[in-house]
Design a protein. Structure first.
Length: 256
Protein backbone atom coordinates (compact mmCIF):
# COMPACT_ATOMS: atom_id res chain seq x y z
CA UNK A 1 0.00 0.00 0.00
CA UNK A 2 1.29 3.45 -0.89
CA UNK A 3 2.15 5.67 2.05
CA UNK A 4 2.03 9.43 2.20
CA UNK A 5 5.29 11.34 1.90
CA UNK A 6 6.25 13.08 5.13
CA UNK A 7 5.67 16.70 5.93
CA UNK A 8 8.27 19.09 7.32
CA UNK A 9 9.71 18.49 10.78
CA UNK A 10 10.37 22.18 11.40
CA UNK A 11 8.84 25.34 9.96
CA UNK A 12 8.98 29.11 10.36
CA UNK A 13 5.64 30.84 9.88
CA UNK A 14 5.45 34.62 9.74
CA UNK A 15 2.35 36.57 10.63
CA UNK A 16 1.51 33.62 12.86
CA UNK A 17 -0.54 35.42 15.49
CA UNK A 18 -3.80 35.78 13.60
CA UNK A 19 -5.75 34.75 10.52
CA UNK A 20 -4.07 32.61 7.89
CA UNK A 21 -0.81 32.49 9.81
CA UNK A 22 -2.41 31.23 12.99
CA UNK A 23 -4.39 28.55 11.16
CA UNK A 24 -1.23 27.44 9.37
CA UNK A 25 0.83 27.35 12.55
CA UNK A 26 -1.78 25.33 14.42
CA UNK A 27 -2.15 22.85 11.56
CA UNK A 28 1.61 22.36 11.23
CA UNK A 29 1.93 21.96 14.99
CA UNK A 30 -0.89 19.43 15.11
CA UNK A 31 0.90 17.37 12.46
CA UNK A 32 4.08 17.06 14.49
CA UNK A 33 6.05 20.00 13.14
CA UNK A 34 8.12 22.20 15.46
CA UNK A 35 6.92 25.69 14.58
CA UNK A 36 8.66 29.04 14.92
CA UNK A 37 5.92 31.65 15.35
CA UNK A 38 6.88 35.08 14.05
CA UNK A 39 4.78 38.23 14.31
CA UNK A 40 4.74 41.79 15.57
CA UNK A 41 2.70 41.28 18.76
CA UNK A 42 3.84 38.89 21.50
CA UNK A 43 0.36 38.39 22.97
CA UNK A 44 -1.29 36.65 20.00
CA UNK A 45 1.85 34.61 19.36
CA UNK A 46 1.81 33.31 22.93
CA UNK A 47 -1.85 32.34 22.50
CA UNK A 48 -0.96 30.32 19.41
CA UNK A 49 1.96 28.70 21.19
CA UNK A 50 -0.31 27.70 24.06
CA UNK A 51 -2.85 26.22 21.65
CA UNK A 52 -0.15 24.16 19.91
CA UNK A 53 1.40 22.95 23.14
CA UNK A 54 -1.99 21.99 24.58
CA UNK A 55 -2.26 19.50 21.71
CA UNK A 56 1.21 18.10 22.41
CA UNK A 57 3.10 20.14 19.82
CA UNK A 58 6.15 22.35 20.13
CA UNK A 59 6.38 26.03 19.24
CA UNK A 60 8.90 28.84 19.60
CA UNK A 61 8.03 32.55 19.61
CA UNK A 62 9.93 35.47 18.07
CA UNK A 63 8.18 38.84 18.13
CA UNK A 64 9.39 41.52 15.75
CA UNK A 65 9.23 43.15 12.35
CA UNK A 66 9.90 40.81 9.40
CA UNK A 67 11.16 43.75 7.31
CA UNK A 68 13.66 44.93 9.92
CA UNK A 69 17.22 44.13 8.79
CA UNK A 70 18.66 41.20 10.71
CA UNK A 71 15.49 40.22 12.58
CA UNK A 72 14.57 37.24 10.45
CA UNK A 73 18.18 36.07 10.29
CA UNK A 74 18.27 35.82 14.08
CA UNK A 75 14.79 34.27 14.32
CA UNK A 76 15.46 31.54 11.76
CA UNK A 77 18.88 30.85 13.25
CA UNK A 78 17.16 30.15 16.57
CA UNK A 79 14.87 27.60 14.90
CA UNK A 80 17.83 25.88 13.30
CA UNK A 81 19.78 25.86 16.54
CA UNK A 82 17.00 24.67 18.86
CA UNK A 83 15.10 22.36 16.50
CA UNK A 84 17.98 21.09 14.40
CA UNK A 85 16.78 22.14 10.95
CA UNK A 86 14.80 24.65 8.93
CA UNK A 87 12.69 22.46 6.67
CA UNK A 88 10.00 24.93 5.65
CA UNK A 89 9.07 28.60 5.60
CA UNK A 90 5.59 30.02 5.16
CA UNK A 91 6.10 33.74 4.51
CA UNK A 92 2.63 34.97 5.38
CA UNK A 93 3.12 38.33 7.14
CA UNK A 94 1.39 41.15 5.30
CA UNK A 95 -0.65 44.31 5.66
CA UNK A 96 -3.46 46.13 3.90
CA UNK A 97 -2.73 49.78 4.61
CA UNK A 98 -5.08 51.56 2.23
CA UNK A 99 -8.06 50.50 0.11
CA UNK A 100 -7.77 53.22 -2.52
CA UNK A 101 -6.73 53.76 -6.12
CA UNK A 102 -3.36 54.98 -7.35
CA UNK A 103 -4.21 58.70 -7.21
CA UNK A 104 -5.29 58.46 -3.57
CA UNK A 105 -2.33 56.32 -2.47
CA UNK A 106 0.02 58.35 -0.28
CA UNK A 107 3.77 57.93 -0.42
CA UNK A 108 3.77 56.68 3.16
CA UNK A 109 1.12 54.04 2.49
CA UNK A 110 2.93 52.88 -0.65
CA UNK A 111 6.25 52.50 1.13
CA UNK A 112 4.73 50.79 4.18
CA UNK A 113 2.87 48.27 2.05
CA UNK A 114 5.89 47.31 -0.05
CA UNK A 115 8.16 47.27 2.98
CA UNK A 116 6.10 44.63 4.80
CA UNK A 117 4.55 42.69 1.94
CA UNK A 118 7.56 42.48 -0.36
CA UNK A 119 10.73 43.40 1.52
CA UNK A 120 9.54 41.38 4.51
CA UNK A 121 9.00 38.33 2.29
CA UNK A 122 12.45 38.75 0.78
CA UNK A 123 14.19 38.96 4.15
CA UNK A 124 12.23 35.99 5.47
CA UNK A 125 13.10 33.86 2.44
CA UNK A 126 16.74 34.91 2.44
CA UNK A 127 17.11 33.92 6.09
CA UNK A 128 15.55 30.49 5.51
CA UNK A 129 17.47 29.90 2.29
CA UNK A 130 20.81 30.03 4.08
CA UNK A 131 19.86 26.95 6.09
CA UNK A 132 18.09 25.17 3.26
CA UNK A 133 20.95 25.54 0.79
CA UNK A 134 23.43 24.21 3.34
CA UNK A 135 21.11 21.30 4.20
CA UNK A 136 20.48 20.46 0.55
CA UNK A 137 16.76 21.12 0.44
CA UNK A 138 13.69 22.75 1.87
CA UNK A 139 10.32 24.20 0.98
CA UNK A 140 9.29 27.84 0.82
CA UNK A 141 5.69 28.97 0.52
CA UNK A 142 4.94 32.65 0.12
CA UNK A 143 1.46 34.06 0.59
CA UNK A 144 0.38 36.43 -2.17
CA UNK A 145 -3.25 37.13 -3.08
CA UNK A 146 -5.65 36.98 -5.97
CA UNK A 147 -4.97 40.74 -6.02
CA UNK A 148 -1.57 39.84 -7.43
CA UNK A 149 -3.16 37.82 -10.24
CA UNK A 150 -6.23 39.81 -11.26
CA UNK A 151 -7.44 43.36 -10.75
CA UNK A 152 -9.29 43.92 -7.50
CA UNK A 153 -10.63 47.50 -7.25
CA UNK A 154 -9.00 49.97 -4.87
CA UNK A 155 -5.93 47.91 -4.06
CA UNK A 156 -3.16 49.84 -5.86
CA UNK A 157 -0.29 49.39 -3.40
CA UNK A 158 -1.48 46.02 -2.11
CA UNK A 159 -1.85 44.54 -5.60
CA UNK A 160 1.59 45.81 -6.60
CA UNK A 161 3.18 44.21 -3.56
CA UNK A 162 1.40 40.88 -4.02
CA UNK A 163 2.20 40.74 -7.73
CA UNK A 164 5.82 41.24 -6.74
CA UNK A 165 5.61 38.29 -4.35
CA UNK A 166 4.50 36.01 -7.20
CA UNK A 167 7.37 37.08 -9.45
CA UNK A 168 9.88 36.87 -6.62
CA UNK A 169 8.79 33.35 -5.73
CA UNK A 170 9.21 32.16 -9.31
CA UNK A 171 12.76 33.45 -9.25
CA UNK A 172 13.48 31.58 -6.04
CA UNK A 173 12.15 28.40 -7.63
CA UNK A 174 14.41 28.71 -10.66
CA UNK A 175 17.51 29.91 -8.81
CA UNK A 176 17.54 27.26 -6.05
CA UNK A 177 16.02 24.15 -7.61
CA UNK A 178 19.52 22.77 -8.21
CA UNK A 179 20.11 22.58 -4.45
CA UNK A 180 16.76 20.96 -3.67
CA UNK A 181 14.82 24.02 -2.54
CA UNK A 182 11.25 24.33 -3.79
CA UNK A 183 9.42 27.67 -3.77
CA UNK A 184 5.71 28.10 -4.39
CA UNK A 185 3.17 30.84 -3.87
CA UNK A 186 -0.40 30.64 -2.59
CA UNK A 187 -2.87 33.28 -3.76
CA UNK A 188 -5.83 33.26 -1.38
CA UNK A 189 -9.17 34.72 -2.34
CA UNK A 190 -11.51 36.36 0.13
CA UNK A 191 -11.12 34.52 3.41
CA UNK A 192 -12.99 35.37 6.59
CA UNK A 193 -10.14 36.84 8.64
CA UNK A 194 -9.59 39.97 10.74
CA UNK A 195 -7.93 41.76 7.82
CA UNK A 196 -11.09 41.37 5.69
CA UNK A 197 -13.74 41.75 8.38
CA UNK A 198 -14.49 45.46 7.86
CA UNK A 199 -14.72 45.09 4.08
CA UNK A 200 -17.06 42.12 4.37
CA UNK A 201 -19.32 43.93 6.84
CA UNK A 202 -19.55 46.93 4.51
CA UNK A 203 -20.57 44.65 1.66
CA UNK A 204 -23.16 42.85 3.78
CA UNK A 205 -24.80 46.19 4.57
CA UNK A 206 -25.73 46.49 0.87
CA UNK A 207 -27.83 43.45 -0.12
CA UNK A 208 -27.23 43.86 -3.87
CA UNK A 209 -23.48 44.39 -3.48
CA UNK A 210 -23.32 41.35 -1.20
CA UNK A 211 -25.25 39.24 -3.72
CA UNK A 212 -22.85 40.20 -6.52
CA UNK A 213 -19.84 39.58 -4.29
CA UNK A 214 -21.08 36.13 -3.33
CA UNK A 215 -21.81 35.28 -6.96
CA UNK A 216 -18.09 35.70 -7.71
CA UNK A 217 -17.28 32.79 -5.39
CA UNK A 218 -18.61 29.50 -6.81
CA UNK A 219 -17.58 27.64 -3.63
CA UNK A 220 -18.37 30.49 -1.25
CA UNK A 221 -15.96 32.37 0.99
CA UNK A 222 -12.94 30.55 2.34
CA UNK A 223 -11.73 29.83 5.85
CA UNK A 224 -8.16 30.18 7.10
CA UNK A 225 -7.89 26.39 7.32
CA UNK A 226 -8.35 26.12 3.56
CA UNK A 227 -5.16 28.07 2.97
CA UNK A 228 -3.32 26.27 5.79
CA UNK A 229 -3.97 22.88 4.20
CA UNK A 230 -2.64 24.10 0.86
CA UNK A 231 0.51 25.38 2.59
CA UNK A 232 1.04 22.01 4.30
CA UNK A 233 0.71 20.17 1.01
CA UNK A 234 3.21 22.43 -0.76
CA UNK A 235 5.70 22.04 2.11
CA UNK A 236 5.33 18.26 2.22
CA UNK A 237 6.94 15.52 0.20
CA UNK A 238 3.63 15.06 -1.63
CA UNK A 239 4.58 18.17 -3.63
CA UNK A 240 8.15 17.04 -4.40
CA UNK A 241 7.81 17.88 -8.13
CA UNK A 242 5.99 21.18 -7.71
CA UNK A 243 7.91 24.44 -7.73
CA UNK A 244 7.44 27.93 -9.12
CA UNK A 245 3.62 27.87 -9.12
CA UNK A 246 1.15 30.48 -7.91
CA UNK A 247 -1.74 28.42 -6.58
CA UNK A 248 -5.12 30.12 -6.42
CA UNK A 249 -6.99 29.08 -3.29
CA UNK A 250 -10.04 31.20 -3.92
CA UNK A 251 -13.20 29.12 -4.24
CA UNK A 252 -13.22 29.67 -7.99
CA UNK A 253 -12.99 33.49 -7.96
CA UNK A 254 -10.29 33.77 -10.61
CA UNK A 255 -11.89 31.06 -12.78
CA UNK A 256 -14.84 33.29 -13.68
Amino acid sequence: METFAPGPRTACITGAGTGLGRATAELFGARGCTVLLVGRRPGPLEEVRAAIEERGGRALVEAGDVAEPGFMDAAVERLGREAGSVDALVANAGVVVARVGALETTEEDWQTTLRVNLTGVHRSCKAALRFMVEAGGGAIVTISSISGQVAVPLRASYSASKGGVIAYTRNLAVDYAHVGVRANCICPGFVETDINRDSLRALQADPEAWRIFQSRHPLGLGRPEDVARAAWFLCSGEARWITGVDLSVDGGYTAL
